[in-house]
Design a protein around this ligand. Structure first.
Ligand SMILES: [Cu+2]
Length: 244
């Protein structure tokens, strides 16, 4: 009996060692002296189609107050592609994380996820908000993290979640089938989304050679090597072609 308890204690402690080792803690944050900047623009070279309007089929009195636009492919002036996740895949030391002033929050007001793509550090607790007083059901689709499938009854205004492993996770609401978004669980602070012009900037990057990844929810991903020099800005551009 004693033996059994002892053995399971070993198993448990091994488990914890593995988990804590593989967490975001393998990124070491500190001060970056003479960091460089990666600045650039992502464009869409495929055929332009206006975003669809999503049909609200349920809880219309609340969810139908505003128009819901399909946000899965947003192209601005001069073909600038919005909401591309741009990040360094192989950086282990660099600048400190900087949290948004309002904290990490994924809102469901009006029955849509806002922001459509949320970036949150691995292991960081964040809030999912339900201000409307309707039932939602958070459902995530992931490979490296456990799936979340949780009802948020109308009286539950807040739910706290965190994901330990860096991964880009799809999130849907099972109650309102038009609700879709993404949670980007970041391995380092070097993750950014392109704006409505397709522009992005990653600053405070220690000098070195890195792999820069571009991920778009509909158009797939691209990778390119980038060389960052001290106190200099390196310009990077890329284009995504039509939907796959
Ligand atoms: Cu919902």
């Amino acid at each position: 009996m004693k033996d059994k308890v002892f053995r399971s204690l070993i198993v448990v402690s091994l488990l914890f060692t593995t988990i804590s080792f593989s967490q975001s803690s393998d990124y070491a944050a500190g001060k970056v002296a003479n960091g460089g900047v990666i600045s650039g623009r992502v464009t869409f070279s495929g055929q332009l189609v206006a975003p669809k309007i999503l049909v609200v089929t349920k809880d219309k009195n609340v969810c139908g107050r505003s128009t819901h636009k399909d946000e899965s492919l947003l192209v601005g002036e001069n073909h600038g592609l919005k909401n591309v996740v741009v990040y360094l895949t192989d950086i282990k030391t660099g600048k400190a994380w900087s949290a948004p002033a309002a904290g990490y929050k994924l809102d469901q007001e009006g029955c849509q996820f806002s922001p459509h793509i949320m970036v949150v550090p691995a292991g960081q607790m964040f809030e999912i908000l339900n201000p409307d007083g309707v039932l939602h059901n958070i459902h995530t689709y992931s490979e490296r993290n456990a799936a979340i499938n949780k009802a948020m009854p109308k009286f539950l205004k807040k739910l706290k979640l965190s994901f330990e492993q860096p991964e880009i996770i799809k999130v849907n609401c099972d109650v309102h089938n038009w609700m879709g978004g993404w949670i980007v669980v970041a391995a380092s602070p070097y993750y950014v989304l392109t704006d409505e012009h397709g522009d992005f900037e990653l600053d405070g990057v220690p000098a070195g050679t890195y792999m820069l990844k571009f991920w778009h929810e509909k158009l797939g991903e691209q990778t390119q090597a980038v060389v960052v020099k001290p106190n200099e800005t390196v310009k990077v551009t890329t284009a995504f072609q039509g939907a796959k």
